[in-house]
Design a protein around this ligand. Structure first.
Ligand code: ARG
Length: 270
């Protein structure tokens, strides 16, 4: 597997499209770069190949590669961003995926879909969020385009505006899950369909602890994940907790900065 990342060369909080973003907040650029580099280094140390996309000036949220698309093998569904502030990213993501040999599908312009930020596989099932950034109507399209079963989950707390802020697959049968972020029916669905659900309190999820990625038996996440060490350990995972303060100012953490590209030989096609 390779992980697609985008170095924060033109990163900042320049508009407000989620409750974490405040244009008056100062982002420390060198700290952002150091935090990003530490994540990059963690992936490299764990033997993951990181592939880079150049950040374009004027597209400060491009660092959040999770929102490029949802990828399955050599197929992807490109994001159609809800907010015009991010729509300018779309051609760059299409290009980044196509030059890696990935076939890129898209949803109609009027349907919002925000990629792996709102679409995460647990085994063969694709769990998709809706309610804030992604339209429910996109789920059936994504299901058809990727030929996968989709489970729709409704997000109800604006702090958890993308599924990857409150739900994280750790392996085929285990997820991190902040129930407070979902309506009652979605909570039931997760508990019924996923064999091992590790529940995360809302205040821990608000530190971007669920915005994590698991690689083998490691879970890489923000500092808030230190509070999940015990349940993670019991489930067989070691926690790697990294400072993410500068990206949390934009509503993002580890997972948002990372797009796993699955399948072999993708780099060679670039
Ligand atoms: N500022 C970005 C936005 O609101 C943050 C995106 C975070 N990405 C994610 N996958 N949750 O779009």
């Amino acid at each position: 597997m390779a992980i697609l990342m985008c170095r924060p060369d033109h990163y900042g909080v320049e508009y407000e499209i989620n409750p974490w973003m405040h244009v008056e907040t100062e982002v420390d650029g060198s700290m952002a770069l150091a935090q990003w580099q530490a994540l990059y280094n963690a992936y490299s140390l764990l033997g993951e190949r990181v592939e880079l996309v150049d950040q374009q000036p004027g597209l400060p949220d491009m660092v959040f590669t999770a929102n490029a698309a949802v990828v399955r093998g050599r197929e992807a569904v490109l994001s159609r961003f809800r907010h015009p502030e991010r729509q300018g990213e779309e051609p760059f993501w299409r290009n980044a995926l196509e030059r890696r040999g990935i076939t890129v599908h898209r949803v109609p312009d009027e349907v919002a879909f925000e990629g792996a930020g709102d679409a995460l596989f647990v085994g063969e099932r694709l769990f998709c969020g809706h309610g804030f950034r992604t339209d429910l109507g996109s789920h059936a399209l994504v299901s058809r385009l990727l030929d996968v079963e989709v489970v729709s989950l409704r997000l109800v707390d604006p702090r958890f505006y993308h599924l990857d802020t409150c739900f994280c697959p750790l392996n085929e049968r285990t997820v991190l899950f902040a129930p407070a972020a979902f309506d009652a029916a979605s909570q039931q669905l997760v508990r019924r369909l996923v064999p091992h659900v590790i529940e995360v309190p809302a205040e821990v999820a608000a530190g971007f602890a669920c915005n994590a990625i698991s690689l083998g038996d490691r879970v890489i996440s923000s500092l808030a994940a230190e509070r999940l060490e015990e349940p993670l350990h019991d489930a067989g995972f070691a926690t790697v907790a990294l400072p993410m303060s500068e990206f949390m100012k934009s509503g993002g953490g580890v997972r948002c900065l990372s797009l796993p590209l699955d399948g072999d030989g993708l780099a060679e096609a670039a």
